[in-house]
Structure formats: C-alpha cells, structure tokens
Design a protein around this ligand. Structure first.
Ligand SMILES: [Zn+2]
Length: 381
C-alpha cells in the first residue's frame, strides 16, 4: 500500500506536464557578466500558460535573501562533469505561508542574477556548465495541522544547460555581508543546547539502527572470499531511502565507496561524528529572510533565526534538533558528500517521493531518517 502511494507520487513528480491545469513555465539560464563580476548567471522563469504559476521561492535561486542563495539550486559542473562545490548558504524554512511563494502571472517573467563566485568554488579557468530546475505548482499548498504543506501536483521544469569560460579577476564575493548576529537569550541558549544534544543522540541512534540492519553472508573456510553484506528490509530505511541495492559494488570492489548504499552510511555517520563536539550556532535576527526561515548555515556555523525557537526542541514532525541535524548534513567538510535540498521537497510526502538517487542526497530525507519522524496518521501520506 505504502509502496503504491509512493510510486504514484514519484510519477507525479517525475512526469512532464500532462494535466491541462498545470501552468507552462520555462526556465532559462544566461551568462550575464558585468565589468566587476565576471561569472554571473541570470535566471529567468517565464509563464507561457493561461493560469498563474507558483514556486516555493526559497527552493529556487530567485529568493536571494541578503543577496545570497538559499541552497544549491544552480548546478555548476566542470568540463569533466564534476560538480563544482557550493560554498553558499543552506536555508531551512518551514510552515510556508503565502509570502513563501512567488506567483508568476501569465506572460510574466521573473529574474535573478547570481554571482557564481560568491556561491561556488569556481575553478580558476576552464569551462563550466550551468543549469537549474524549479518545481512549479498551479496553486499554493495549504498547511495541515502539523504545519506541513499539503502535497499539490508539481512539475519540475529544467533549464537548458549553458556553458561559458570562467574569467578570473572577478570582484568575487562582493555581496556586502549582513551581520545580524544577536545575543541568544537564556531560553534560546538552553533550548539550543538541548537541540544539539538531541541531534547528537538521534544521529548516534541512527548510526546504530543502520548497523543493526546489515548482515553478512556466512564465511566459508573452503572459499575464503570477503563475505557480502546485505540489508534486512526495514520501513524506516525504505521510506526515506528506498531499496538497498544488493547488487552494488561492495568492499573490496572498485567503486564500493561511491554507491548510493555507501552514501547513506557516510552521511549518517558524518552527521553523527560532526555532532560529537557539538555544533557551532549563533542567534541571528535574519533580516531579509522570510519569517518562516528557521536557520541558515554557511561553512560550519548555523545561524538560528527567530522562527527556529517556535519549533519544539525535540519531537513532532519538525524540531529544533531536526533543524540542527539537517544543517549539519549539508556541511562541506569532506567527511561525506554534502547533502542537498531538492526542488519540490516541502514535506515528508515529497521527500519520500524522491527517487533513490535524490533521496540519498537530500538533506530533508536525512533529517527525517535521523529524527525518526513518526509516520502514519500525519496526513503526509
Ligand atoms: Zn537543507
């Protein structure tokens, strides 16, 4: 039953527009250098359909609070097809309201210019390819009693991929920094400490839970090969990451560390080990951010916005501890591939509906898996 529902959602997310009511939006990326910033791209989204189109603004590069991107919404790759590292912010925003969406009226074009030098670790020279994608809806979702938006049909619109030569000498990273760090009050400091401890405990439990699912073929002294590892099927793993791939390379096979199977272990383990010494957090008034923004992190510092403290410290669908675990999973420290946020993931149902490739790379999925957010009678399925 659960599987069928997931499959239907996955199809809904993956299928190009078929419903007559879905808006027709086209997304384009242009290379738009200026005399100071040489590696700027301009994104445009144009509504060619007869009805309004909506995007969740913070899941696109159109948001730009404080002039900065809210996630890796633009894909930048080198000539050898490697992802260029994203060094920008990752924003966690929850309980979206009308102001969280951008309406694109029929005939309207929305535009954003992004200085890739500010947000990405561009190579010094060579060619990069750039593309983006956004999730389009024909209406704004309502919130359910858990504060999660309902799932409305979405169409993922991809831009064409453009290519340009990186030009050095750019006034890189010249977006003026806004420092709005404030002193946490006593309650905020106390709840953050509890949230960090809660995220530590949850990620430790998640590491142990994962280990408990693995088992090995019996060792045969007559045939001394490295025993193969398998995974006992478990709904908690499958709901957030789908099926363990029993046929994927395993140690000592080449490529064993680069499989989707290995990715889950690496990210969960890295989240746990990063949290052992705690987490660097500051309270921030987050001016320019939407009031639903819970936090943003850059590097290894998590900026907690006022709305963070409206969430329960632990428990519930979303929590302050979950926000910490989520942000820590994005950290680009080389311990694991940094998780990403994917367009269209705005509740548990849409996180669950990601295909395996995306699910094992999605910050939201790790948050839900690690916090073991209860499934079931939530309205999210
Ligand atoms: Zn995120």
């Amino acid at each position: 039953m659960r599987k069928t529902a997931g499959l239907a959602l996955a199809i809904l997310l993956a299928t190009p527009v078929t419903a007559i009511s879905m808006p027709h939006v086209e997304l384009a990326v242009h290379y738009q250098p200026t005399s100071e910033a040489h590696n700027v791209v301009r994104l445009t989204a144009t509504n060619f359909g007869p009805g309004n189109a909506y995007v969740m603004t913070y899941q696109t590069a159109f948001a730009l609070p404080q002039g900065r991107t809210t996630g890796r919404w633009i894909q930048v790759r080198t000539e050898s097809r490697r992802d260029v590292a994203y060094k920008g912010r990752w924003v966690v925003a929850r309980s979206p309201d009308a102001a969280s969406y951008t309406r694109i009226s029929p005939g309207e074009t929305i535009t954003a210019d992004v200085d890739l030098d500010t947000e990405y670790v561009l190579p010094e020279q060579g060619t990069v390819t750039v593309s983006s994608s956004i999730a389009i809806m024909d209406r704004m979702p309502e919130l359910d009693s858990f504060g999660e938006p309902e799932t409305v049909p979405q169409e993922i619109v991809e831009s064409e991929t453009i290519e340009f030569s990186v030009r050095a000498g750019s006034s890189a990273g010249k977006v003026p920094a806004v420092n709005a760090v404030i002193q946490c009050n006593v309650e905020q400091s106390a709840s953050t400490q509890k949230a960090i401890t809660g995220a530590q405990a949850a990620s430790y439990e998640a590491v142990n839970f994962l280990s408990s699912l693995y088992y090995m073929d019996p060792f045969d002294p007559e045939d001394p090969v490295v025993p193969r590892v398998h995974m006992k099927p478990h709904i908690r793993y499958q709901y957030w990451f789908h099926e363990f791939d029993d046929l994927a390379p395993q140690p000592p096979d080449p490529g064993a560390m680069d499989t989707d199977n290995a990715m889950v272990d690496q990210v969960v383990f890295a989240t746990y080990t990063r949290l052992i010494p705690g987490a660097r957090t500051v309270c921030d008034s987050c001016p320019g951010y939407h009031p639903g923004a819970r936090a943003w992190n850059e590097g290894d510092v998590i900026h907690l916005c006022p709305a963070n403290f409206l969430d329960p410290v632990l428990g519930g669908v979303t929590s302050q501890a979950g926000t910490i675990a989520h942000e820590v999973s994005h950290r680009p420290d080389g311990e694991a591939v940094p998780t990403r946020d994917f367009p269209g993931v705005e509740n548990r149902a849409t996180a669950h509906a990601l295909d395996r490739y995306r699910a094992v790379r999605s910050g939201a999925n790790y948050e839900y898996f690690i916090m073991n957010v209860p499934l079931g009678k939530s309205g999210a399925r």
